[in-house]
Design a protein around this ligand. Sequence first.
Ligand SMILES: Nc1ncnc2c1ncn2[C@@H]1O[C@H](COP(=O)(O)OP(=O)(O)OP(=O)(O)O)[C@@H](O)[C@H]1O
Ligand SMILES: [Mg+2]
Length: 352
Amino acid sequence: MYIELRDINKSYGDFKASDNVNFGIEKGKLVALLGPSGSGKTTILRMIAGLEHPDSGDIIIDGQRVNDIPASKRGIGFVFQSYALFRYMTVFDNIAFGLQVKKADKKAVQERVTELIKLIGLEGFENRYPSQLSGGQRQRVAFARALAPNPQVLLLDEPFAAIDAKVRQELRRWLKEMIRKLGVTSIFVTHDQDEALDVADEIIVTNSGRIEQTGSPLEIYRAPATAFTSSFFGQTSELEDYTRFKFFDRVDNYDKAFVRPEFIKMTKKDEIQKYKNSAAEGIVEDIAFRGNYIEYTVNSNGSTFIAHRALDEEKVEVGEKVDVFIYRLFITVGNEVRLLKNGSIREEMVVI
Ligand SMILES: Nc1ncnc2c1ncn2[C@@H]1O[C@H](COP(=O)(O)OP(=O)(O)OP(=O)(O)O)[C@@H](O)[C@H]1O
Ligand SMILES: [Mg+2]
């Protein structure tokens, strides 16, 4: 492991911002730290960077314990969420900042900054000020500035939070590509599940100062390990009483049951429904057009949940009665998660 956090605890007064945090990150990986607001993501980044100190535990980078090494000597680049650039410095000077602090010689600075400006595709923008750039361009400059001193680790705290959806998607693809090209071990913080699933090699899920689960996007999405992660991803809806849906095993002491849209087949009354006998009747309460699919809010057996239909399927109206078949669902028992499959398709593979 290139970066390791071992038994890290950190409190602010009585509040535990990091509660026995343990994880490891391999060299060259792009890892997402994902969790709700206040779950301790920034605290973890700041401790790795040396801007904050754990009360106990070890932080190891490249085999060396860095707890007592000051931030400036850790070889870490940091991209902050907003106001990342110095307003009164040009693009060139912003990027050169870290090198000038280290008193690099003028020619080396010129070369490195020129190389980075090319890398981020902003040639010709050297003399602009941050106010003369778009949000996306500013974040590219912030990225170049963090990379300038050639850090071994790059930390990004919600780098795209202030950027609108379309540009944000382009930027995160761009970031992934850059990081792969440069091979710099990177951790980025986000509370956007889609962003984490889209970009990360590995996801670390945080909740209330603890690590809930770590794994690849696919692993975490398919096999949530805790009650929290099972409800955190996808458009998860909670079912009031799952046992009212036919052909699911009964688990007496379950706490909650969740479904995702891809677990549900919703059909019009006159459409073919392969599992018609096992389907429940539902009524459509709301419709939202999502571009490449239509999202329906359905009520069935006392529960309200989200189902999808493709654009080329016949439209369903609000108030229309439909058939709803649930292929599978998650139930939680304490902090444990179990996947239940509908008994009427027991032998079939369901691919999500
Ligand atoms: N310097 C501080 N003094 C007191 N409490 C703090 C301090 N820094 C953070 N906290 C608290 O620690 C908890 C974790 O904060 P942190 O900033 O790590 O959360 P986060 O996951 O990054 O949240 P967000 O998504 O909102 O940025 C929060 O409840 C916060 O109020
Ligand atoms: Mg934060």
